[in-house]
Design a protein around this ligand. Sequence first.
Ligand SMILES: O=P(O)(O)OC[C@@H](O)[C@@H](O)c1c[nH]c2ccccc12
Length: 271
Amino acid sequence: MEELRGTERLAATFATLKAEGKRAFIAYVTAGDPDMETTKELVLTLEKNGASIIELGVPFSDPVADGPVIQEAAGRALAGGTTLPKVLETVRALRQETSIPIVLLTYYNPVLRFGLARFACEAAASGVDGVIVADLPAEEGGVLREPLDEMGLALIPLAAPTSTPERIQLIAEKARGFIYCVSLLGVTGMRADLPPDAAALLERVRAMTDVPLALGFGISTAEHAAIVAPNCDGVIVGSAIVKLIAKNLDDRAQMLAEVGAFAREMAAAVG
Ligand SMILES: O=P(O)(O)OC[C@@H](O)[C@@H](O)c1c[nH]c2ccccc12
């Protein structure tokens, strides 16, 4: 069978999981934190331990949607010289070893500077499947959605508890791949309690579309993941993983072991 790519690869992943009565554990790491070689190993470790989709962060100097844990990761990655072209190169290298869906999480500025059409082309050529732009509202997404669509890549929109019904309708219509449901108002980061608005948001979006829904922001324990999982098609975890990376910067073997064990636990809770 020919290997699927882009939007189709994401759709196939969600369809396979659904047929098995499972959900996706979507694992976020910042590319280049602390270096690209480690990022590659982390991606393969996350896959081996049950992640269904990888969200790869493009580090940015002004990450307004990010809390301190991911801000610091971006700082480490930028200090190591990580750029968007290097992230694409890393995805290309990873494609020699894995066909796990890879979604880039970026801000608009780096993509705009790179050139929208050029970005769509090179992301597709590198083996990227989808793109989330943290600060690009669905209303303004067309400029990037069109070139990505042409290359068969998904522009994955974000829906938040404050999104109006009209906005959710628009997001649902334009969505490719999945919809990123943001569980709370605020920045990325671990929270002691499960976000109380998450279930209501998932319900509101679900009422408007059959596109897979993934929930992210503030989910950091297997217990919380298991509670939200039945209401969505995927659970996204970022800061809890990045924190394990930050804690083990001096010992890569230990870092990979802890991230692997955490992924196994999360994948079991979500599945
Ligand atoms: O870190 P958390 O709270 O687990 O949330 C996921 C998040 O890290 C990841 O999806 C992400 C990282 N940076 C972002 C910026 C905007 C939206 C989402 C993100």
